[in-house]
Unconditional design. Structure first.
Ligand SMILES: Nc1ncnc2c1ncn2[C@@H]1O[C@H](COP(=O)(O)OP(=O)(O)O)[C@@H](O)[C@H]1O
Ligand SMILES: Nc1ncnc2c1ncn2[C@@H]1O[C@H](COP(=O)(O)OP(=O)(O)O)[C@@H](O)[C@H]1O
Lengths: 165, 132, 165, 132
């Protein structure tokens, strides 16, 4: 990691500052930070009316996407990963972004069972994250980085303490 | 943040109880002791994995389980997952692992299910010399 | 909050990216994020050998400093607050930074009982944070912002899972 | 993330039980019901604050407590904090609040401590007409 460890992320734009209910977290792409990323997103999600099970869904999806950044984004080893969250329209929006090598064929990468790595890699990271969230979009530029945007609305419908503006 | 594993050999069955959060960071904490016991026990054919204490499971964890499934398969054995809660079951389903591994409600159920074949065979083996 | 909600912080320098055990969190200066900031720092501190009581100490100190940024930094209302943490020399280092109005007389501001606000404000935020941490430094430039750097070492001495490089 | 408060009037004593995390975000959740009850009850002189369920307390929380102490003082009363754990006690100490508010181990102890003065006075008052 050269220069500032956590420069401003690229795709997490100004709209993320519009509400009090948002955060941007920057962590080094390292397995040691997976559990931490999960804890952070769970703590943030607590301000919405999620069930404990739904919060586990969010933790899992975020964990899969951060793990992808750790495994795939920086072949040279190490680099920043951003996890950002906000309450938007009564739903939780989470973004996981890296400045790694990017994905040439996103459609293919999202297919269950497709992995560019061998060994025990199952190629199901994207499909798992998708299964546990309401929506998942991948925005990736080879050589620049990957940004995965996910959304989940509490089944109960209503945001509790969060009053997003 | 970590995984705790307890491993027991019961005849041809490797019984493992796993607790904690199983992710990319902790996968080796499950994989390594299972591999070590498997290598050390050539008599082992089946794996019973009690996941009652599992509080988190991601696709890396599923990959470890499937790795052990293949090891069992290579010795003509099976892998039975015991006490999977709804979340673990769903991960096994989504990943396709449920088409390969079996589920059981308790260790006893899993061991009984794996036993008949063993008992059947050993009985057959023992009887053979006396029968012809 | 204009422009990017979370540009790179100013005083959290490149040394923060040197170890896998670090994070930078950016949140809007809003009371709604106090409990979240505490939860994040507690989740991070878990990788050191702190007792639960020591983790409560860290939560309290961070909460006081984030509350200061919420109350004092942005008189116009709203702005980013950064909370950064790293494992350094077996100790936890936490920084709370804002780009607010800054403090003209830091020595005076740190005195117990000194507050530029009336009402129920006791003027003990700094002294409380100092009492619960091993060290606290304030670096503030009027018109530019305030950066509070705190350190705490687990009384047990040893870092557990964290192997800072 | 929030605070829960239960308020009771017992003669001249306002008894409040507070639970949860008391910080800048939740301070009003303690301050407002205490102020409302205080204003609605002109007979109230003392405050007993049971903090057994308090899981977090910062300097803003101390400020709320001291605000209530001043309200009691203005009516010639006292504020007693009940069941403070070591963390709460240390915050009261560091903030200097311990020089103003009192501590008690139980609500009963606090109420008894506040009662004699009241009983003493009412007894005196009742006796006065008959004595001269
Ligand atoms: N953050 C990323 N940076 C670069 N490539 C990625 C990233 N995330 C995923 N990929 C690519 O997409 C493929 C599929 O990802 P995934 O479904 O998570 O399966 P797996 O991680 O097991 O390979 C990966 O093998 C990798 O080539
Ligand atoms: N982040 C900040 N930005 C600007 N001023 C600050 C900041 N933090 C503290 N101060 C100044 O320092 C004074 C003392 O702070 P503190 O000890 O926390 O007491 P209090 O917050 O109760 O006023 C404040 O009244 C304020 O003038």
């Amino acid at each position: 990691m050269n220069g500032h460890p956590c420069p401003a992320p690229r795709r997490i734009g100004p709209e993320w500052g519009q509400s009090a209910h948002s955060f941007v977290l920057c962590i080094p792409a390292d397995p040691a930070n997976l559990a931490f990323a999960r804890a952070v997103v769970a703590a943030f999600a607590a301000r919405l009316d999620f069930t404990l099970d739904e919060i586990e869904d969010v933790k899992l999806a975020v964990s899969e996407m951060v793990a992808n950044a750790v495994i795939h984004a920086y072949p040279g080893g190490g680099g920043p990963v951003w996890v950002a969250g906000r309450v938007h329209d009564g739903a939780l929006e989470v973004v996981v972004e890296d400045r790694g090598r990017g994905i040439a064929d996103v459609a293919r990468a999202r297919e269950a069972g497709y992995s560019t790595l061998g060994g025990e890699h199952l190629g199901i990271g994207f499909s798992v994250a998708e299964a546990y969230m309401d929506a998942l979009e991948v925005d990736s530029v080879p050589g620049e980085g990957t940004c995965v945007r996910m959304r989940k609305r509490p089944a109960s419908g209503a945001a509790s303490s969060a009053r997003p503006s | 943040m970590a995984v705790h594993v307890e491993v027991q050999r019961q005849g041809p069955v490797l019984l493992a109880r796993v607790e904690g959060d199983l992710d990319m960071a902790s996968a080796a904490q499950l994989r390594d002791p299972l591999e070590a016991a498997w290598t050390a026990g050539p008599e082992l054919r089946h794996i019973v994995l009690n996941v009652k204490g599992l509080s988190f499971l991601d696709s890396t964890g599923i990959a470890v389980i499937l790795g052990r499934y293949r090891a069992a398969l290579a010795r003509g054995g099976r892998l039975v997952v015991v006490d999977a809660n709804a979340r673990v079951r769903r991960m096994l389903e989504i990943s396709g692992a449920l088409r390969l591994v079996e589920l059981a409600g308790s260790e006893a159920e899993a061991l009984t299910r794996l036993a008949p074949r063993r008992q059947g065979r050993s009985r057959r083996r023992r009887r053979r010399p006396s029968s012809p």
